[in-house]
Write a protein that binds this ligand. Structure first.
Ligand SMILES: [Fe+2]
Ligand SMILES: [Fe+2]
Length: 220
């Protein structure tokens, strides 16, 4: 009886321990500046002088993308928290680390554009953490399916931003294009890991939630 008791105690302890770690990561994501581990793609392109209108237009789009990266952190952290297999947990934690560069690049670009990140960052993080927790609790293959669907939607969304960003803003465009390519890789990796395609109406619900987020974050 003794080993069983201590095992179940250890499992509980590990889950609460990881929950605290995820919440700690969330607080850092939302409230402290993130330092990128790779140079920003904007560093290698010539900086153009932008008009006030161009800066405002670019900042609104980059703020939306920064919120997307806050959500990516919350999703991967929560999915790692509830994943059944240790290897998938490591996969999600590794993905969250890679997404930190996107978070840092978009935040830094907003500063360069003289603008700010979303004032609703804590709410975006909590909402995405709830979505990711549901996906994680549904099981590993569904959780991976959720990653594939999310990353594909983000990839399409970033492609649309390449059409909408000011032509002269090569710096923002370079960041968005690099992120778009990496989100596609994240989707491919999750698909290769055994993702199960999500049934209707879940992808549509996700699109609706994303639409609410992008509309609000565009402004605040
Ligand atoms: Fe990302
Ligand atoms: Fe991604």
């Amino acid at each position: 009886m003794q080993p069983e008791t201590s095992n179940s105690y250890r499992r509980k302890f590990n889950l609460s321990d990881r929950l605290i770690s995820a919440l700690d990561a969330g607080l850092r994501t939302v409230f402290t500046p993130t330092r990128a581990t790779r140079p920003s793609p904007s560093a290698s392109v010539p900086q153009a002088e932008l008009s006030v209108e161009e800066k405002q237009q670019a900042a609104a789009l980059m703020r939306v993308n920064h919120v997307g990266e806050i959500c990516a952190q919350a999703l991967y952290e929560s999915q790692a928290l509830f994943s059944r297999s240790e290897s998938l947990r490591k996969h999600f934690e590794q993905a969250a680390q890679e997404e930190l560069d996107h978070l840092a690049w978009t935040a830094d670009r907003l500063t360069e554009l003289g603008s700010h990140t979303s004032h609703l960052a804590p709410a975006w993080w909590m909402g995405a953490f709830a979505w990711g927790s549901l996906a994680g609790l549904a099981g590993d293959k569904w959780s991976l399916g959720f990653v594939v669907e999310t990353e594909r939607q983000v990839e399409a969304h970033l492609a649309s931003h390449l059409q909408r960003l000011p032509e002269a803003d090569a710096a923002s465009r370079a960041i968005v294009d690099q992120m778009r390519r990496e989100e596609a890789e994240h989707a491919d990796a999750a698909a290769a890991a055994g993702a199960r395609p999500l049934p209707a109406p879940i992808p549509e619900l996700m699109r609706t939630a994303a639409k609410v987020m992008t509309t609000v974050a565009h402004r605040i």
